[in-house]
Design a protein. Structure first.
Ligand code: ADP
Ligand code: ZN
Ligand code: ZN
Length: 825
């Protein structure tokens, strides 16, 4: 008798369970755990899922549909990944389907809704295509994009996915995605000799003679270019050339006009195939050497190591040394960075060192390229034979199919962007990395100048090993931090347009010395709110319970939660008075004010609004780095991994709203942000200056900041957390309930809380209306669970799953959405 086989399949949906499909006879051989399977789910929808289990038991309550196709000849999700997925699903209270969604690049999980577009620069070339393929290509060309369902209609194929994958493999179409963040692919500008100067010695000779007499600066640039090109035999970037020649962008531009050199652009966002630079191994300083040797020894003890080194202490050089060691002994290394830092200088340094041994993985790569990195990691051999032993990525890189990394580095481990907020899985990249260390038996190194309270507490309790570097590299002093009391300054009349006389005086001096300045204000827009002087009315978003922010450039009010935007009202909507004024201050306002105070300075702003266009981020950073900009005004974007050597002054316009933010992490975040932004000052040759303006100058964290006393701050903050029962003394789980109807929501939240209390008693807090109580027309209530140490995590999570399922089993309760956030940030 013929034996039937079934597969339990993970679908990329928030489903609580796996679905069983029957395996057609001809696919039985390939149906093993970890391969993809295309299935129909719902009436007409196609999904690409992952086979988790193969067995012989028909489902009890339904007739299994046959799976349609297995595109893989070997598993694309490994046994070890499944173990990690299971751990994440259990710990973060999510489904493996949601994890699959986060883990697999979109190009590997085509489904009915996937929209496909023509690839940039696609060339049909000499490839031969079937009629169906040609129909699809024609439709894509005409309509710019089609979805999989349409592709099915156009080609007449019930399952068009094999055909679409073929076209993707040929690079003709790509899955279209919304840009997930504002940092578009960066182009790098390179400089080279024009073909005339390269091939015509006569022309060159003439140029040299002319420049020598009339334009020595341009001659410097030209000589430097020739020297660098011969030295390194690598393409020379514009910024490197300007730096190395100590000259200006203007001089370089003159050379371009004269036809001596030319500039060209290349996309920085390739994932692999980098050229290695002249990667001389630098000699480590005594402090670095000590830290390096200690770290190396401690990593062998199979405990995560926390490297706490002040800003500019040379942690990156230590990482590079460790990576070198591991690669040398045939091992693989995963290096995690916050997303934004990936656009910046650190990655450039790693490329210089590791070139073609390096894979990069982040959300700005094209969909096809992300899939290609995934497959490269999957098929990249084993210990001793890695082609790409170093993988650098943002948090989602923890989902790549490693065989067994020897070391996982989490750089800037305190950074909040390691936590995924939405959608589920709401995981923390650092904590998953620590878990991976357990699963894979790999070393884990967490690095930061301002560790998270959690990690430092783990180090204090010996769960992590601790290595410290308290000196900056090269004997450079830590910046001198001064706190300026705004209340006092206002009373004395010593403030003009938000700048205390002290701050504007320091800016003036720095400008006179031709040094650069960073001004930090963690709020974008011109002024956060517009207010009626007569009745106090403040314009609100129509979809969210939040006030609108004024953006001067577009002369609009905008919601930072949903993007709603409206023209500036001429009069108060409540009382019709025309006396509206700006309250609060954002980066745009600071930019205006500082320009007014210093009309001759070149001022540039760096925040989400100025970097939303292609290449803008990179352009601003290089501009600042090349000293074309005197004053950079920015949000926390400027704190991530940037290293400028001519910044002598950092000004913080107003530290109060950082410190006073209604959140138990406010002090920690303020300390980290202020210490990091201070660290941008005086990185080379001299001590930098930092001036922090604030009204609440009495907050203890400022005292520790000035003394550069992280350990002191940790003790203070740790005490506070203990007193008020917050992490790391308890574990938190946050429940977020959402509903379109507020009354209904109030009622259902109470019912849910009652249920929670039946299991967790006094550990339940809420429901409360969060600071923004309505977003996109959904009302929100949150409930917090505080769990003391010593409770069984497994038991807790089990109880939560059970009681939520029981709550949702009542039909009237199903109109509410419940989200879980384990260890919320
Ligand atoms: P961190 O990562 O701790 O902020 P970095 O590794 O970026 O510090 O080092 C700060 C600066 O000092 C960088 O410009 C780096 O090139 C330089 N530097 C660090 N260590 C050395 C070394 N051993 N030799 C030469 N330069 C170094
Ligand atoms: Zn009014
Ligand atoms: Zn809104």
């Amino acid at each position: 008798m013929k034996q039937d086989f079934f597969a339990d399949i993970i679908l990329p949906l928030p489903l609580g369970k796996l679905y069983t499909y029957s395996i057609p006879e001809e696919l039985v051989e390939r149906a093993v755990p970890g391969v993809r399977a295309v299935v129909q789910f719902g009436k007409h929808k196609l999904y690409t899922g992952i086979i988790r289990v193969v067995h012989k038991e028909a489902p009890e309550h339904y007739t299994a549909k046959p799976l349609l196709e297995i595109p893989d000849h070997f598993p694309v999700v490994t046994h070890q990944q499944f173990r990690l997925w299971d751990w994440i699903a259990e710990y973060y209270l999510c489904s493996t389907g949601e994890i699959m969604q986060a883990a697999l690049p979109s190009a590997m999980k085509l489904q009915s809704e996937t929209v496909l577009a023509g690839a940039e620069g696609a060339d049909l070339g000499l490839q031969i295509h079937t009629d169906e393929e040609l129909k699809i290509l024609k439709a894509v060309a005409e309509k710019k994009s089609i979805d999989v369902a349409e592709a099915s209609k156009i080609s007449g194929l019930k399952n068009p996915l094999p055909l679409l994958r073929r076209l993707m493999d040929e690079g003709l179409i790509v899955p279209q995605e919304e840009m997930r963040d504002a940092f578009m692919p960066a182009k790098i500008t390179f400089v080279k000799l024009t073909s005339q100067s390269d091939s015509d010695p006569h022309f060159m000779k003439e140029i040299f003679e002319r420049l020598e007499k009339k334009a020595p600066k341009q001659l410097d640039v030209l000589m430097t270019l020739i020297r660098l090109t011969t030295d390194t035999e690598l393409p020379i970037t514009r910024s490197k050339l300007i730096k190395a020649s100590g000259s200006s962008a203007a001089a370089l531009n003159q050379l371009v006009t004269k036809g001596v050199v030319e500039m060209y652009e290349e996309d920085e966002n390739h994932a692999y195939g980098f050229a290695r630079g002249t990667s001389r191994q630098v000699a480590l300083s005594e402090f670095q050497m000590e830290a390096y040797e200690l770290t190396e020894a401690l990593l062998k003890e199979k405990k995560p190591v926390l490297l706490h080194g002040v800003t500019s202490s040379g942690k990156t050089e230590i990482y590079i040394r460790l990576i070198n060691d591991l690669i040398g002994s045939g091992k693989q290394v995963l290096y995690l960075l916050p997303e934004i830092a990936l656009t910046t200088q650190i990655i450039g340094r790693l490329k210089e060192h590791f070139g073609d041994q390096l894979l990069v993985y982040h959300s700005r790569l094209s969909a096809n390229e992300r899939a290609s990195v995934y497959m490269k990691v999957l098929t990249d051999g084993s210990e001793g034979s890695y082609k790409f032993p170093l993988i650098i990525g943002a948090r989602s890189a923890v989902f790549l199919p490693f065989s067994a990394p020897g070391l996982i580095i989490v750089d800037e481990e305190h950074d909040g962007s390691y936590k995924q907020m939405d959608p589920a899985p709401r995981y923390h990249g650092r904590d998953v990395a620590v878990m991976m260390g357990n699963l894979f038996d790999s070393g884990v190194l967490l690095g930061s100048a301002t560790p998270s309270i959690e990690s430092y507490a783990n180090a204090e309790q010996n769960k992590y090993a601790l290595v410290k570097i308290s000196q900056r590299f090269g004997g450079i002093k830590m910046p001198e931090i001064e706190i300026l009391d705004l209340k006092d300054a206002y009373q004395k009349g010593a403030v003009k347009s938000n700048f205390s006389f002290r701050l504007s005086g320091l800016i003036k001096e720095a400008l006179e010395r031709k040094e650069q300045i960073i001004l930090f204000q963690n709020r974008r827009g011109f002024a956060p709110v517009l207010e009626c002087r007569h009745c106090g009315w403040i314009p609100q978003c129509i979809n969210c319970d939040v006030s609108l922010t004024y953006h001067k450039k577009s002369n609009h009010l905008r919601c930072h939660y949903c993007g709603y935007s409206t023209a500036l009202p001429g009069a108060c909507m409540a009382c019709n008075h025309t006396d509206l004024r700006m309250k609060g201050l954002g980066t745009e306002r600071i930019e205006d004010d500082v320009q007014e105070l210093f009309p001759d300075a070149v001022v540039q702003r760096l925040d989400l609004d100025t970097t939303s266009t292609k290449h803008a981020f990179q352009r601003i950073i290089s501009g600042f780095s090349n000293r074309e900009i005197d004053i950079l005004v920015g949000t926390q974007m400027i704190t991530k991994g940037l290293d400028f050597d001519n910044v002598s002054l950092v000004g913080v316009l107003n530290a109060d709203h950082l410190i006073g933010f209604p959140d138990f992490r406010a002090a920690e975040r303020s300390y980290q942000l202020l210490a990091q932004v201070a660290g941008r000052s005086g990185r080379r040759f001299k001590q930098g200056k930092v001036l922090i303006q604030a009204f609440q100058v009495g907050h203890p964290l400022l005292k520790f900041l000035v003394a550069n006393d992280y350990a002191g701050f940790f003790r203070y903050e740790s005490n506070e957390r203990e007193k008020f029962s917050y992490p790391p003394f308890v574990r938190l789980i946050e429940f977020r309930l959402r509903h379109r109807n507020e009354q209904e929501l109030n009622y259902l939240s109470e019912v849910f809380v009652k249920k929670l209390k039946s299991s967790f008693g006094k550990r339940v807090f809420g429901p409360v209306v969060p600071p923004v109580g309505r977003v996109r027309n959904y009302y929100i209530r949150t409930v917090l669970l505080k769990l003391e140490k010593g409770l069984s995590d497994k038991q807790v999570k089990n109880d939560i799953r059970k009681l939520t399922a029981s709550f949702l089993s009542i039909p009237e309760h199903r109109s509410v959405f419940i989200q879980f956030d384990v260890d919320p940030m």
